[in-house]
Design a protein around this ligand. Structure first.
Ligand code: AMP
Length: 546
């Protein structure tokens, strides 16, 4: 017997309709490319989003078309996040930090119908113009700040606010199948071409529901949310949907993500909650320490995207009274998969045991299932010790990649291989021990690069650390540690290695330490281990030969 309850489709537009009605005066604050502060309410932005649908229609965008964006976090980007899916088209966020070749590939692979770009990307747009079939390029600014852009003869340049001024706001948000594609984001894999992950209205809404829950972001209408994670990187972890869903204010940082800019925005806009990758918070911490500045209103920060250095959790709590939560996810998971908050019953654990728990990646959200398997696919025990390939499935996990020729994706039962190596324990806590391609395989035994990096970063002179699996004549691979000293400090390799004593088995100790001025990062701010392996992968072989 079927139920007699209503089945309304889960529409992205319903989020902004709700915010406009029930949190009408709550604001979205944006630091613009012109370095001004722009304020708009949920009620006013919802009207502009409807106007933007008319603009998209005038540019020829139809249901199912992809609308590309090259933009920072800001109100116009948010408008596109809702207008495109609201009319049945797809917002396609493009990471401007990728190389021009990759961006050109992504735009063509996605088949973007129009491209919206921030004025800070004029050079990039001019480089891309002759290489894309995109006919309409819209600069996300007003007439006063409209730049000159050299395009191909068949391309037309538009000004966002000029188009908006000429459009009506008479549009009414339609309802359609919740499985309709809503957003497209390419993974920034360090090997091979990026692959597109195509989110639905349903997956986006369910993810937004899940991340707002108390044991996840725990957002409330009283919060003022600063997503430092870019809107071009997995939908800024769902915050542009989660914040209006609960009526929290959004603070958008624009292009300046250095410690000083973030600290001043956090204090002037009374930010309570923020989210970003470790590199961002290391930068903020350095600024706070050097300047003596405080964080007046921030209560919690979420760290994800890479393993959170334990030092960040400790120092933000003890010196600044800010709780740091560790989260894990990936583009293919919309992105949040696990979140690390205490669980009932933890009070009986010692302080050291509780802290140890906080360092892992946390427990799966309802809606995400996990298992670990060995190389034959056999499921491994949830004992917190065995580690294996992490598999996931759930309501906001990718089934297959975008495009007719795309390979990879989940198996028939929905299990998706994350490429991460992890342990699971009986309480549901997951700890990543490595990327499957970064793990150090020493004489057939696995050494976790993340564990070794965390110990190095805890040393007072170390700003950043990377472990790579370098080829070794006897053991096949051995860990090589690369470290960047904090400014004005020096690192003594022997003393640094001595700090590993008691933390890991002796055979895990790095066989070499190289002090370097900086480490390479990928376009999403992660350590670029591929580049490091190319440069230093032969280190032990070369040194053995000398
Ligand atoms: P991306 O799709 O670019 O977000 O990358 C996803 C990958 O980032 C995951 O598969 C992990 O390897 C890594 N990652 C994300 N969050 C964490 C975390 N908290 N700890 C360790 N690795 C992480």
């Amino acid at each position: 017997m079927l139920s007699l309850m209503q089945t309304r489709p889960l529409m992205i537009s319903s989020i902004i309709k709700h915010a406009a009605l029930n949190h009408a005066t709550t604001e979205i604050v944006s630091r613009t490319v012109e370095d001004t502060i722009h304020r708009i309410s949920y009620a006013a932005i919802e009207v502009r989003m409807r106007r933007l649908v008319r603009v998209l229609q005038r540019l020829g965008v139809q249901q199912g078309d992809r609308v590309g964006t090259l933009a920072w976090n800001g109100f116009r980007h948010l408008e596109l996040y809702y207008a495109a899916p609201g009319m049945g088209a797809i917002f396609h966020t493009i990471n401007p930090r990728l190389g021009t070749d990759d961006i050109a590939f992504i735009i063509e692979d996605a088949g973007d119908a129009v491209l919206f770009a921030e004025t800070s990307f004029v050079g990039l747009i001019e480089a891309l113009a002759p290489r894309t079939a995109v006919r309409h390029i819209v600069m996300m600014t007003d007439p006063a700040n409209m730049p000159e852009v050299k395009l191909a003869p068949n391309q037309t340049l538009h000004c966002y606010e000029t188009l908006m001024a000429a459009a009506d706001e008479d549009y009414e948000w339609p309802e359609f199948d919740e499985l309709t594609a809503a957003g497209l984001c390419y993974t920034s894999g360090t090997t091979g071409r990026p692959k597109g992950v195509l989110y639905s209205h349903r997956s986006t809404l369910l993810h937004a529901f899940a991340v707002t829950l108390p044991d996840t972001f725990g957002l409330r209408s009283a919060d003022r949310v600063l997503p430092v994670v870019p809107m071009f990187h997995v939908n800024a972890w769902g915050l542009p949907f989660a914040a209006p869903m609960v009526g929290a204010a959004l603070v958008m940082a624009g292009r300046h993500l250095d410690g000083a800019s973030l600290a001043s925005l956090m204090n002037s806009e009374r930010v309570t909650f923020s989210a970003g990758v470790p590199t961002i918070w290391l930068g903020l911490l350095q600024h706070l320490r050097a300047s003596g500045a405080r964080l007046d209103t921030v209560k919690s920060l979420v760290i994800g995207g890479s393993a959170c250095p334990p030092m960040l959790i400790d120092v933000f709590a003890s010196e600044y009274g800010v709780r740091v939560d560790h989260a894990w996810g990936m583009t293919e998971m919309s992105p949040v998969g696990t979140y690390n908050k205490p669980k009932a019953g933890e009070e009986v654990l010692s302080a050291a045991e509780q802290r140890q728990r906080r360092l892992g990646q946390g427990r799966p959200l309802f809606g995400v299932e996990m298992k670990i398997v060995d190389d034959t696919g056999a499921t491994l025990p949830r004992d917190g010790i065995a580690f294996g390939n992490l598999m996931v499935r759930g309501h906001w996990v990718c089934q297959r990649y975008y495009g007719d020729n795309a390979s990879g994706g989940a198996d028939e039962s929905g299990w998706f291989a994350t490429g991460d190596v992890a342990t699971l324990d009986a309480d549901g806590f997951m700890t990543i021990t490595d990327r499957s391609k970064d793990v150090v395989k020493s004489g057939g035994e696995w050494i976790s690069s993340i564990t070794l990096e965390n110990i190095a970063v805890a040393h007072p002179s170390v700003a950043e650390a990377a472990i790579i699996a370098a080829h070794h004549p006897k053991w096949d691979e051995r860990p090589l540690l690369l470290v960047v000293p904090k400014s004005g400090m020096t690192i003594d390799p022997a003393e640094l290695l001595a700090s590993y004593a008691g933390h890991v088995p002796k055979w895990w100790l790095p066989d070499g330490v190289l002090v370097v001025p900086e480490l390479p990062h990928t376009a999403t701010g992660k350590l670029n281990k591929l580049a490091l392996r190319t440069q230093y992968g032969q280190h032990f072989l070369n040194n053995a030969a000398e």
